[in-house]
Design a protein around this ligand. Sequence first.
Ligand SMILES: Nc1ncnc2c1ncn2[C@@H]1O[C@H](COP(=O)(O)OP(=O)(O)O)[C@@H](O)[C@H]1O
Ligand SMILES: [Mg+2]
Length: 466
Amino acid sequence: MIPLSLAQIARVTGGQLCHGDPDAVVSGEVVIDSRRAGPGGLFAAVAGERSDGHDFAAAAVAAGATAVLATRPVTVPSVLVADVPAALAALARSVVDALPAVRIAGITGSSGKTSTKDLAAQLVERLGPTIAPAGSYNNEFGHPLTVLRADAATRYLVLELSARGIGHIAYLCRVAPPRYGVVLNVGHAHAGEFGGLDQVARAKGELAEALPADGVAILNADDPRVLAMAGRTEARIVTFSSAPVSDAPVRAVDIRLDDLGRPSFTLLTPEGSAPVTLRLHGAHNVPNALAAAALARELGMDLDGIADGLGAAVARSRWRMEVHQRPDGVTVINDAYNANPESVRAAIDALAHLAKGGRAFAILGHMAELGGTSRASHEDIGEYAARIGDSGLAGLIAVGEEAAPLLDGARRVRSWTGEALAAPDGAAALELLANRLKPSDVVLVKASRAAHLEGVAAALEGEAGQ
Ligand SMILES: Nc1ncnc2c1ncn2[C@@H]1O[C@H](COP(=O)(O)OP(=O)(O)O)[C@@H](O)[C@H]1O
Ligand SMILES: [Mg+2]
């Protein structure tokens, strides 16, 4: 973070300095978790559902924080503001304005933002000092906190932008105006809150709209709703595609998956072609890799650097398509981070690939925030799962009542000979599976964040044969 005095912080945020020395300097990290407050940092106190950050103001200062950003008086050095996210946004914007040489890239889409951000960051880091968020720091809190980590040494910001409604991405783009914008896809994540895919497209397209005339919009040519965003930006358009036939400048052809579902492909760019093998699992990571490649290319990376970087990139954020092979021969796909119809289909495709010739099981929880189409979406996914491979799934275990329509969908497939099993919770799912699992079976674990199925996956990964 750029060192800022409390007087400067009060001025930028329109806040009022209390109990503090105006010349005291914040030079450490800005955090909203008091346990992470450290020397010279700033602790932003937020009132959450379970606890109120203001109660930890003194602890944060005792841990070394220079001051607290607060909305009500506390007994330690603080800047009192009306609204903490707005204050963080103002601070982040002032840091961006103070660092005009930093090139800012924003990545959005319904699925794959974090995976793409992690890939892109691992490429861009090769070009110079890069700040990218850990995990999914992509909203009105995480976004400014990430931007605030930039300092005079920073050359690139690779940011993940999320939206749960119209205007959210436009807001994040005002906090840190991107010159490079990547849009991956328009899908059903949070579609219930948005009120349909057209609204999701409207919201994601705000990134394209925010780009300046000398900026670059990097768009997925394989998603018509994303491609249509070309009409909503002044920026130059660069498209990418993993379709066999396409006029996109950045492409993947000859896509193959190895036994563990890791894609290899030939990367085609206007500068030439190069072979790429990803360490990530699942064909859905091909468009993510192309998006990262297109961004790195715009930032000046040559083709060999891109291909090499993609091949070296690892999964940085947990529970996204982690493939774990147990000593007893069972393979566990831990994709428990989150779920929406597109990402569950992608995960089922990966399951089908890994289980080729063997038996596949899926432990699926419900997909949240789908609104009125929720039941039908769950049924469709159940049907999709029952149709994989030659014989379909050996077993589909739906965790929790809301996931039950998955089973109805699977039962629609008359030729399906697998078992449709309902489990009230993760422990019950594990029990149902334990009686059935044999060596060389493959198990997928996936659900929305709220279902917390990562514990189920961890239990499975740790079990048996060790
Ligand atoms: N391009 C993609 N298309 C469809 N599903 C994807 C894609 N990329 C990732 N996924 C799926 O979505 C899940 C979440 O990926 P993540 O990168 O965390 O996305 P986000 O940050 O947008 O939520 C992954 O575990 C994977 O199953
Ligand atoms: Mg994310």
